[in-house]
Design a protein around this ligand. Sequence first.
Ligand code: DQQ
Length: 475
Amino acid sequence: PAHRDDYRLGYHLSPPAGWMNDPNGLVYFRGEYHVFYQHHPYSPQWGPMYWGHARSADLVHWEHLPIALAPGDAFDPDGCFSGSAVVDGDTLYLIYTGHRWLGEPGNDEQGMKQVQCLASSTDGITFIKHGAVIDTPPHPDIMHFRDPKVWRRGDHWWMALGARQGDDPLLLLYRSRDLRRWDCLGRALEGRREADGYMWECPDLFELEGRDVFLFSPQGLKPEGYERWNLFQNSYLLGRLDENARFVAETELHEIDHGHDFYAAQTLLAPDGRRLLWAWMDMWQSPMPSQAHHWCGALTLPRELSRDGDRLRMRPARELTALRQSRQALTIGTLEAQSRRLEVRGALLELELELDLVGSSAERFGLALRCSDDGQERTLLYFDAMARRLVLDRQHSGAGVSGVRSVPVAPGQTRIALRIFLDRSSIEVFVDDGAYTLSSRIYPRPDSLGVGAFAVNGRGVFAEGAVWSLADLKL
Ligand code: DQQ
């Protein structure tokens, strides 16, 4: 049987005990980054939601702080659902959804009441609740009405909210001068069940290099071909928020990460102008074997967002190089229809290398990660020449998990640049300097530490790379 700490992450945020889902209230306050998260402290299952809390001066070392919000008041009896944070003067404000079940807890059919609430703190640790500031949705048929994202624009506070009317999703906008009285500006964007899912959870709306980005987590979009993995996923549109507070989309819907476990992403604006993003590095319906050890859920590494035409790019936050310990060259060279174990071992590793497509003729070639010595476990990352795709295969990645995901490799592309972060129960792959990312949980045995390279039916060429062991901070 697995040991209690087998899946404990070394440098990713996860809850000390109990359950974690969405990142909330990402904010920079008095010289430190604060990350809050959806948290159920009493069991490793989703339940009445609390806000867990951690902070960091450098995005690498995190200090866990006391729970920031607990449900139980008249306006949030059954949960303090997702939301955001802003700083006004000396005060840190949290804006979140107060949730009440109308029937049996957990039964969506019997309905719910959701209101938007405000809380504040002057020390960044202890919060005072101020109750509901928006207590009625703009239409009586709207029951799902949640996840306020607030930001400053000109002399107003703006709020984006996810909503669902009938079976169609909505993005609502509000505006306020004082965070307390809010005017509804109406529907910034309306979706249709078929194309857009039935509810847009965790909206975020921000400007990035001259375009407006609408980031959201649609529920109810079916997997289609290589796109999407289950009914929940994380997407974005680029466009323009116009003078009438309408979001005019100028691109199609794009999935933001192409792994198995990435949901409810949110961003903050760092003091140096960078747009940083975190997501829940799990997914509703995913197997969660760490529940047996009384904890569950993790956040992704912080990522720097940038824009590349009609696409977003996500790079690991530059601060994360501080995790690097000993460096080793990664010299694989050319493999002729063979596989080879490398002189590298570890559960917490960063690997940087390039696959050279020009000299290669293999049907598939790439890396085998977190390999067990008995050949039972491995997580594969390889180029599939026929499909021209980079594939992340976790069919043999340990307890409970399965499934293959992939991203396209453009025709004419001569190299694939990879930067890979392995932690005890996760893999994050940054492809071609963040043009694509794949983030997935894996649950290999603690002794599955091997790294290999392989080429099937032909030659695989690997350019010289490097590997670092990463600090085990036991976050
Ligand atoms: N999780 C929260 C909601 C949000 C959902 C509840 C997304 O506020 O819509 O835990 O995962």
